[in-house]
Design a protein around this ligand. Sequence first.
Ligand SMILES: [Zn+2]
Length: 415
Amino acid sequence: MRPRRRDRLPMLLDALGQQEGHSAHGRLLEALGGAPVAADERLVGEPAHTSRRLRFASGAEVVLRDATVASVVLHTRATTFAPRGVDLRDWLPGTSHDATLDEIAKGVHARPRFGGPYAYFAREERFVRCRFEGRWSEPGHLVELAVTLAEPGRACQPDDDFCGTCGDLLVRADGVDVAGGVDVADGVEVTAGVDVDATVDALTAARDAQLLREGRSVVPLADLRLLHSSGLMERVESHLECTSCRRTSCLTLYREAAPTFVHLTYDEAMRRPLEAIPPVEQWGDAARVAAAADAMRYVDHRPGSWFLAEHESGWYFESRYNRSRMVDGSCLIRLDPSEVEGYRAGGREYLTLLAGRIDDSQPWTDESHYGRRHLALTAEPEAARLRADFEAAVANHRWTAQQRQAQHRRLGPSA
Ligand SMILES: [Zn+2]
């Protein structure tokens, strides 16, 4: 006779946040099948925390951060460490390994939310997370059910500390990789910090192998050390998004503090404070300044209205227009000779008037002389490259402007 099915989910939730050695932790290990078949441990980030992963023949996996249970993952399919997946019926009544999201919602007694690649349920500041490969409304696509302290989509998941793509890119200053190089003083782990050169090399290699995507609004990885040593910025920061777990690895060099290396969700990365990058002539070496001379260069902008960039092929002007109260867009044109003349004579005021004329012309219609010049629509063979160059030239300024506007909205017009 099969043992009676029990709802053991509360026991998993109770184990979250418990220190190793606590009775809830002991009950958890027992329920997962006794001793783990594999255990690995690493230091993560700088400032560092330790992350330990225990894997069980039952198909379960526990991640402890600084000796505290941070997530428990139940794999429903065979893995490298378990010949079969977990039998979900033992954990959540009314479900099975091929449960749909609806069936899980009934078992958890909550409504699903969505964050990152997960559907999840909130249970008193803890989260039940599920991942499907394929449609969650049809049976057979569930690959894991997990409990976690980190809200999916809002915080990086503890098990991502072991991401095979981005989990090993930080190199520590003593030349020892992330698994070593730890001293313990008064019970607190002291690391020797980030080896900036080696970490930049590791990030660059992973980016070039297309394992990471470099964020364009922040400091390019190639400029990070030059900008830092110029002392012109309080903090310089590069962002690289992992193509596997989607976390952003964020390396920051401070004028007056030790470097940090943290993992962020996309939203957290977008909210990082960011300074405008000074003109390259102020900090670049000869080679960097020469490279910039060939590149499109940000010149000026008016918040919420227009951006201007310059290139040897001409002046490029992007202006926002309002199609209706709900819909707006932007139009990117190369200034014609009379407009360049107008800008030379009238400066910013001329460009603001020009933006008004573009808006009035309804640039989304065929009748608009400006709309027909929009680089997204012209047949010019170089248009796509020019649009990309323009975006690269203004990205940092666009982001800092958006952050200032968001701060203005939060603090009110007097700020
Ligand atoms: Zn990753």
